[in-house]
Ligand binder design. Structure first.
Ligand code: CAA
Length: 401
């Protein structure tokens, strides 16, 4: 049974994150964005609140909240700025939640615990300069030599790359399968900052999310102990896709918060700005844009909530999460564009936040599976070309043991 009512705990998490973002980030975010500056102290504050392990079981250093709470936190964070939600997507969604499902007990103790406590920051290295949507086209290799693997390759468009301590990396362990594009030749590894041959960099010149860190990293003969392999050899592609089920969920919930931010800003401006002797809110074409934002917000929220409910039950939710991601990101793109339109010339300047919302919304329509990938997936499910099988592992169902 789906219950639409938030629990006391959900409301508490929502309020805590809302207050944090309003007090600790909102007053400075325009400046950080203008200066293209990632403020590391925000990570420490998020760690203090337990956000960096919000839905990780307490026995692994997390806060033990459910996946609805994760979604609520993402909504509230992106209401203020997308860069905050990206931290949740990459550190919590793609990295911690993937490890919570796929890592061994020993690996969880060693890597997940400090990540969930926020003592270490994680990132997810799948994308490469020539491989984005086509994930099996990655070129990175991991060659087994005795008790370790030697990794080589380049990763690009990696959020948090230049601030992360822990890197969840995907590379080919079977070079014959790589040639045949057989995903069962790919494996996943944990790398750590400081390993010889691992170097990171920040990418400059981005359209949006300028208060966030987006980077790249290179692996030049990085020796990685065999015990750092996550899952079995050959399970890397599945682990990457599983990670994206979690990352896409956080993107969907965050984009929902961005729609709400556009709606709130647009309502306030439309009610106070006068033209032709009345508030522009009274014009039907403005009302239409407001109405679309309302519909975008409500549908996006219902979709990510359903995905969260499935996650709580430990039920596979690849289809539902991908749908939520597509719908919410599209809604946020339209809402941001309309919010600028409602603000007129003021919307075109950084005097109002909608200019930042407009630049920030675009990345989510591209990353963690572009709009086109999400649409193809939905069509393939509907046509019977794609089906979700039961997986060897699932997220820890909530309540946690
Ligand atoms: N969880 C677990 N296993 C999964 C899975 C999931 N969500 N999805 C697929 N699998 C498994 C399948 O069961 C299948 O296993 P078997 O061979 O045993 O049956 C295997 O993986 C292959 O699955 P598919 O045949 O479905 O794979 P596909 O080739 O059809 O996938 C695709 C195509 C959907 C387009 C996929 O390649 C895709 O999602 N691409 C987009 C990648 C993406 O989102 N990249 C962005 C990364 S973001 C980033 O890296 C930047 C950052 O900072 C985070």
């Amino acid at each position: 049974m789906i219950d639409f009512e938030l629990t006391e705990e959900h409301l508490m998490v929502e309020k805590m994150v809302r207050d944090f973002a309003a007090k600790e980030v909102a007053p400075y975010i325009a400046q950080l964005d203008r200066e293209h500056r990632f403020d590391r102290s925000i990570l420490d504050k998020m760690a203090d609140l337990g956000l960096l392990g919000i839905c990780i079981p307490e026995k692994y250093g997390g806060s033990g909240f459910d996946y609805v709470s994760l979604g609520l936190a993402c909504e509230e964070l992106e209401f203020v700025d997308t860069s905050l939600r990206v931290i949740m997507s990459v550190h919590v969604g793609l990295t911690c939640m993937t490890l919570a499902a796929w890592a061994t007990e020993e690996q969880k103790r060693k890597y997940l615990v400090p990540l969930a406590k926020g003592e270490r920051i994680g990132c997810f290295g799948l994308t490469e300069p020539n491989a984005g949507s086509d994930a099996v086209a990655i070129q990175s290799t991991a060659v087994k030599k005795g008790d370790h693997y030697v990794l080589n390759g380049e990763k690009m468009w990696i959020s948090l790359a230049d601030v992360a301590d822990v890197f969840l990396v995907f590379a080919w362990t079977d070079q014959e399968k790589k040639k045949r594009r057989d995903h069962s030749g790919m494996s996943a590894f944990i790398l750590q900052r400081g390993m010889p041959g691992l170097t990171t960099a920040t990418i400059h010149g981005k359209l949006g999310i300028r208060a966030g860190n987006t980077g790249s990293f290179s692996m030049n003969d990085v020796e990685v102990p065999a015990e750092n392999r996550i899952g079995n050899e050959g399970e890397g592609f599945k682990i990457a896709m599983f990670g994206l089920d979690q990352g896409r969920f956080t993107v969907a919930a965050g984009a929902t918060g961005l729609v709400r931010a556009c709606l709130e800003a647009s309502k306030s401006y439309a009610l106070s700005r006068y033209a032709f002797n009345r508030p522009i809110a009274e014009f039907q074409l403005v009302k239409e844009m407001i109405a679309n934002m309302v519909a975008g917000y409500e549908t996006s929220r219902l979709l990510w909530m359903r995905a969260a409910w499935l996650k709580n039950k430990g039920i596979r939710n690849t289809r539902e999460t991908a749908l939520a991601k597509w719908v919410a990101c599209d809604a946020s793109e339209r809402a941001a564009s309309d919010a600028v339109q409602i603000h007129g010339a003021y919307g075109y300047s950084d005097e109002y936040p909608v200019e930042r919302f407009y630049r920030n919304c675009k990345a989510a329509v591209i990353y963690e599976g572009s709009r086109e990938i999400q649409k193809l997936m939905q069509a393939d499910y509907a046509l019977g070309f794609r089906q979700d099988k039961q997986l060897r592992v699932t997220l820890p169902p909530w309540p946690f043991e």
